[in-house]
Ligand binder design. Structure first.
Ligand SMILES: Nc1ncnc2c1ncn2[C@@H]1O[C@H](COP(=O)(O)OP(=O)(O)O)[C@@H](O)[C@H]1O
Ligand SMILES: [Mg+2]
Length: 397
């Protein structure tokens, strides 16, 4: 099974390209599902049909689903929220305000991805296309399972033990309900599921495609996303340049646009050298409906196979050498000053502002000390040397 994620700035054509790619795949015999996690319902608009919270068939082998993030949220979060609400109630917080306090910003989107997990496990699909929310949200959302993982392995077990031991005493004394084990169970389950989602999204069968329009600001954002997606271990396998003005018998206005766009397109080829860059023309009308989407995809991909898995470019590699090892983390476009590196026990904390990744070191490396780091050929290279003594936490890349 293959998973394709389409992301990019708002309005560049993510939903259109996602829908078009799915249409093409279904026509070539793939059992295809398009999932939208974006609260803006542009997927339904692209297909020109109404789309439900359950997969709706729109063509042979082609299904579309607009994930009901609110519903997912309520199902997964209910138990945890229930506990939080009871605490807030005792604290005298107004129930309406309490309700609002227990809703995490961005959590809905993350939980929408749980739907992806269910579908991936189901064996019903050859291809799942995910129409993501605009870039910033997607990136924040993709970092969450790992960040939660840190909390879950460090804080959570201690908290759980402490609560277990103290519950009988504290409940009576303070009048505050201690979370019962069901709440911890719910948190644990949620975390395990999110972890599976992350594993799916960073796995070799999943590719992220950056959709952009040939404009400088859009390209700049796409470059930043490429860096951040790489930081978090996602495999970007291509770029879709959408809404490219066709050249030829153009008036002065269009000629100027064609020139401006070709400058940016050269920048795109340059920036994403090594990745596939597909181009999609600015159509004379909005590509809505199966007919138009199929046509767009046929032009877009031409002879190339939209589902081909490109040669592996592992986001994270470790090479061994005598007496040590080097950890390579792909970080396109980054220069030395952009990266901050710190060692925290078994974790390597890599910051490319404003994003931070906590990389848990494999056991073999955890015993080594960081001997040096540099940024080279679009990679962060951290050199580890044998020796148990760990240097002070801060280590400049
Ligand atoms: N190649 C194209 N030619 C003409 N119009 C397009 C093209 N791609 C997208 N559009 C139109 O641009 C608008 C935004 O596209 P959409 O896919 O909804 O963007 P996003 O999902 O990134 O917000 C829609 O009206 C869509 O029909
Ligand atoms: Mg959209």
């Amino acid at each position: 099974m293959r998973i394709l994620l389409f992301t990019g700035k708002g309005g560049v054509g993510k939903s259109t390209v996602a829908a078009a790619t799915a249409t093409l795949a279904a026509r070539s015999g793939q059992r295809t599902l398009v999932l939208s996690t974006d609260a803006a319902h542009s997927l339904a608009d692209a297909f020109g049909t109404s789309v439900g919270a359950e997969p709706v068939q729109v063509a042979p082998l082609l299904y579309v689903q607009q994930v009901d993030a609110q519903l997912r949220f309520e199902q997964s979060w209910a138990e945890i929220q229930g506990y939080l609400l009871s605490v807030l109630e005792i604290a005298g917080v107004d129930p309406v305000a309490a309700e609002e306090l227990t809703v995490l910003p961005g959590a809905e989107e993350v939980l929408a991805l749980l739907e992806l997990r269910l579908h991936a496990l189901s064996d019903d699909w050859d291809l799942i296309v995910v129409d993501c929310a605009p870039t910033a949200e997607t990136l924040r959302l993709l970092a969450l399972p790992e960040a939660l993982g840190w909390y879950m392995t460090r804080v959570f077990p201690v908290e759980r033990r402490v609560v277990r031991a103290l519950r009988p005493v504290l409940s009576r004394a303070a009048g505050v309900p201690m979370p019962d084990d069901g709440v911890f169970g719910a948190v644990e389950r949620l975390h395990a599921e999110l972890d599976e989602v992350r594993a799916l999204l960073t796995g070799p069968a999943t590719s992220v495609r950056l959709v952009l329009t040939p404009e400088q600001v859009v390209l700049a954002e796409a470059r930043r996303s490429y860096t951040t997606l790489s930081l978090f271990g996602y495999r970007v396998d291509g770029v879709v340049a959408n809404r490219v003005f066709p050249a030829g018998d153009a008036d002065a206005w269009r000629t100027q646009w064609v020139t401006a766009q070709s400058d940016v397109l050269a920048g795109v080829e340059d920036s994403f050298a090594g990745l596939r860059v597909w181009r999609s023309e600015y159509r004379p009308s909005e590509p809505v409906g199966l007919e138009a989407l199929g046509e767009l995809a046929a032009h877009l991909y031409g002879d190339s196979d939209p589902l081909a898995v490109p040669p592996a470019r592992e986001p994270l590699r470790i090479t061994r050498s005598s007496g040590g090892a080097v950890l390579h983390l792909r970080l396109p476009f980054v220069v030395r000053g952009d990266v901050d590196l710190a060692r925290d026990g078994d974790d390597l904390v890599v910051t490319v502002a404003p994003y931070r990744r906590l990389l848990t070191l494999p056991a073999g490396l955890a015993r080594h000390r960081v001997a040096g780091a540099r940024v080279e050929d679009g990679e962060l290279r951290v050199r580890f040397a044998a020796g148990a003594d760990q240097p002070a936490a801060q280590e400049e890349a």
